[in-house]
Design a protein around this ligand. Sequence first.
Ligand code: ADP
Ligand code: ADP
Ligand code: MG
Length: 471
Amino acid sequence: MLKKVLIANRGEIAVRIIRACAEMRIRSVAIYTEPDRYALHVKRADESYTLGEDPLAGYLDPLRIVNLAIETGCDAIHPGYGFLSENQEFARLCEEKGITFVGPASSVIHRMGDKTQARDSMRAAGVPITPGSEGNLANIDEALSLANEIGYPVMVKATSGGGGRGIRRCDTPEELKTQYPRVISEATKAFGSAEVFMEKCIVNPRHIEVQILADSQGNVVHLFERDCSIQRRNQKLIEIAPSPQITPEQRQYIGNLAVKAAQAVGYENAGTVEFLLTGNEVYFMEMNTRVQVEHTITEQITGVDIVREQLRIAAGLPLSYRQDDIQLRGFALQFRINAEDPKNDFLPSFGRISHYYAPGGPGVRVDTAIYTGYEIPPYYDSMCLKLVVWALTWEEVIARGQRALDDMRLHGIKTTASYYQQILNHPDFIRAEFDTSFVPTHPELLNYSEKRHPSEVALAIAAAIAAHAGW
Ligand code: ADP
Ligand code: ADP
Ligand code: MG
């Protein structure tokens, strides 16, 4: 087994990995930059090392991180998600320097991280892909003629994109002409690559993704699907496992497709194959070659500890489960509690958490790195907490979600929590009838009034009295 692992990440996912290490008696090494000096992952790891003043540079420096892993006697690096997790150079450097990278081979990251190459691999393997480009688009003329061929609406997408950025829908040639250069400039800024490609826009699809695990002996299993259709601007807000809106036959078909996709590229470790569904049509969209933000809900419905399996696979051990061992039980929801103000166009709301009380009770799981008094730095993701609930039935899991959101106290910053209550109360959500258009087509759900905690009300009254009295 691995003895010591460096976690090349921060926030809740670093804490999640440190917890898995602790349970497996593996020593954990955290890294941090100055704004994270008081972060939970730094305190919780067995050892922590600073990588300088700059908020981001240290987390994004492959050579420095790999050298630190060597100097501190680590045998492996877990990259988490985001940052260097899908950076092939980082994985290659680990391979060269004899440090185990907890993820697939650098060549596989390269192949799947490039969305047009991934499409090529899937086409060759007989996995259905969305109609669209073969390779990248050379220029706007090629884009216009391809769009004519496949029919509007189309999507222009960044080839190296991720995190929901660098994707634009175009309904007419005029829109394509204005959006095309915008995607190129967004892609260049966000991903350091100007390459873009085109897909037919699947109108109002469901986003269904399959978690897979693959070991170094060639065994591949899937852990069923997640429904991530509740999105805003191509970014996931609430994730659901399993999807309440597919049939057992569809479940089996998509699960097998994901396994086929993984086998086709010689995949190893945990990964996710994302699909778009419309009616009975299924299209491969992309593969994420890392642990995903929403791996938690799959853990809740299967009982499989995905991060533990990642570490075992990296150590060369065979999978702990065969496909038949993996049973689906109940439903799980994950709410991405973001430090954002939904009423103000989801503007980030960084600042000090004046009071935090974690929800608990049956079927409730919280993955976070925040605590009362913690100051959310403005340099990173706005996601500050993942609230996960599990129950045996769809009706119960909704009620549990409502109850757990109600239990939680998170003051000092604006969050998306109350907005999620509105979604859970909506009849279409309750009936399990929604697709990726749900959030944009229900702007009225933003018209809620924020419930305030008695202590906050008392503070507000005290402040008003003080102001009135001229104190
Ligand atoms: P998931 O697929 O696990 O739901 P997200 O798409 O929400 O993950 O991304 C998780 C984090 O990783 C976010 O911080 C996002 O900005 C970042 N990220 C994802 N893909 C990329 C990429 N290709 N390049 C840079 N950052 C990325
Ligand atoms: P990222 O790498 O940023 O996660 P994806 O390719 O996974 O990008 O797409 C993110 C989201 O954008 C999808 O979940 C879906 O809602 C939307 N999307 C992407 N491609 C299409 C498409 N061809 N048709 C319709 N929606 C799409
Ligand atoms: Mg995606």
